[in-house]
Design a protein around this ligand. Structure first.
Ligand code: NAD
Length: 481
């Protein structure tokens, strides 16, 4: 591994994301020698913490993955803390001083990664202070990593984006969608463009339908207030689901270069058939979880902490997405995401057309299905038809399966490394964000204009029955159920 030099300044250094994801990811990069002596981290947040206390927190966060105590302590010694209010100019001046000292001490050559692990309402303020108080260096690279949610509709995400663009260029902005850091999402590129077997049949002539499921088994937990402003459509569909959709629908990129890949992804999003009040109720179903007959500890969504008892926020969305692209005419892409579903599961199923029936008139011949298991278990499975062993000629479905070795890099580890190397392939460009928000806005507007129903579903089920009917109306069915 090639050693990278950089100073990380993490805003929100006392937060949940930093503790659970960022520190462990940095530690893994450290163990793999992408980071060694030439890196330092400044954590900043409102609380008054000392350096030793902060280093203790960092040390704690890697207990389960540390190789040795000594090693974990050496890693934590690269961390400094500064309490900070994002609105206070003075704080940026002392931050600059500390940053320059660490740059000198660890020989960082002016390379800076600013990680905004704070509410998006601070993105504009923090980035303009970073510029105004000269934290952006002349000699090294300066990269800004930001988290979701990026806005709540097209108009305000555009405003937010323009705020950030006052201080950082699009080239310097790394918008995280952690699904893009997942091994099996990257696998999609290999699968689609590395195998003539799939490349030639990835179109309307051979594909019957595509299914994307992002199911969670948890409820809203402690995030009721956030979720009330968001709902499943904005929280999951706008980003993760549409990113996956763009990978599935996109044309083959001209090359394996981030600009070429982005171009076809944006085109794929632009080709989505727009939703309006006339087609919404045929194409989208929204639901909200209610309690469970089997588990009395589970509350209705409306009884959760910080949720309005009259809330009509959706905790489940299923939809039939269609593309206007020539390759995909008539091929539905069904999506489904929600809380309190049967299990935690992220899965893509490509269902191929079934035309093998003439040779086997008296038998049930199943479709070929390629399933991509993104999480929690990773792997591939391909359903084929086989002759059952024996004297009779009977057809039976079999599954070829593949599971990658357990040691795959985790999403945040991969994304932070990509940001260090300046590889933008797995980050969300503004053009993608703009297209996906326009599509999401069209759904929300149509829900309002068509006065669409909100269906209740029992907790621990895969949503309201209307989500199944969406497929049954086309003679299809959910592969994972
Ligand atoms: P958190 O509430 O645990 O932490 C927020 C941090 O912001 C704290 O360190 C807090 O001190 C700091 N902060 C708040 N107001 C401040 C101010 N005025 N000045 C300086 N610092 C201030 O939140 P989190 O879960 O760590 O999430 C951080 C960001 O990442 C959010 O944008 C969130 O939407 C996003 N995100 C989090 C997760 C996750 O798994 N936690 C997943 C995806 C996205």
């Amino acid at each position: 591994a090639q050693n990278k030099k950089a100073l990380f300044i993490i805003f929100g250094g006392t937060g949940d994301l930093a503790y659970r994801k960022l520190y462990p990811a940095l530690y893994k990069l450290y163990k793999k020698n992408y980071l060694n002596e030439n890196f330092a981290v400044i954590g900043t947040a409102r609380r008054e913490w000392s350096d030793p206390y902060y280093q203790e927190v960092v040390y704690d966060s890697i207990q389960e993955i540390k190789k040795s105590d000594e090693d974990a302590k050496e890693f934590a010694s690269h961390f400094r803390y500064q309490s900070h209010n994002v609105n206070d100019t003075e704080n940026y001046i002392s931050l600059l001083k500390l940053a320059d000292e660490l740059d000198e001490e660890y020989d960082l050559e002016g390379n800076r990664v600013f990680y905004l692990s704070v509410s998006p309402s601070f993105f504009g303020t923090v980035s303009s202070h970073l510029r105004a108080e000269n934290l952006i260096t002349e000699n090294g690279f300066n990269r800004l990593i930001i988290e979701k949610p990026f806005g709540s509709d097209f108009v305000n995400s555009d405003v937010l984006n323009n705020d950030i663009l006052e201080s950082f260029s699009e080239e310097q902005i790394y918008r995280i969608d952690h699904y893009l850091g997942k091994e099996m999402i990257q696998m999609l590129l290999a699968l689609r463009f590395g195998n003539p077997l799939f490349k030639k049949i990835w179109n309307k002539d051979f594909v019957s339908n595509i299914q994307v499921t992002l199911a969670e088994d948890m409820g809203v937990e402690e995030r009721g207030a956030y979720y009330e402003q968001s709902g499943a459509l904005r929280d999951m569909v706008q980003n993760h689901v549409l990113q996956i959709v763009s990978f599935l629908y996109m044309d083959e990129p001209k090359s394996n270069d981030s600009n070429a890949i982005r171009k076809v992804k944006v085109e794929a999003l632009r080709d989505l058939k727009i939703i309006n009040k006339d087609n919404i109720n045929h194409n989208f179903v929204r639901g909200q979880y209610s309690s469970s007959k089997d588990n009395l500890d589970i509350l209705d969504y409306v009884s959760e902490h910080e949720v309005d008892p009259d809330s009509t926020v959706e905790t489940f969305v299923a939809g039939k997405i269609e593309s206007t692209h020539e390759n995909w005419k008539g091929v539905p892409l069904y999506i489904r995401t929600g809380k309190r579903m049967k299990a935690k599961k992220t899965q893509i199923d490509i269902v191929f057309k079934n035309d093998a029936t003439t040779f086997f008139p008296a038998q049930e011949v199943k479709e070929n299905v390629l399933s991509i298991h993104i999480g929690p278990d990773e792997g591939l499975s391909l359903q084929l038809n086989n002759k059952k062993i024996g004297h009779a000629f009977e057809i039976e479905p079999i599954h070829l399966t593949y599971q990658p070795s357990a040691d795959a890099p985790e999403d945040y580890e991969r994304l932070i490394l990509s940001a260090l190397t300046g590889d933008k392939t797995n980050f969300v460009h503004w053009d993608e964000l703009a297209e996906s928000w326009k599509y999401i806005d069209s759904i929300r507007e149509a829900w309002t204009n068509a006065d669409s129903p909100l269906y209740l579903y029992e907790a621990n089920t895969n949503g309201p029955k209307e989500a199944n009917e969406l497929l049954e109306n086309d003679n299809n069915y959910w592969i994972w159920n």
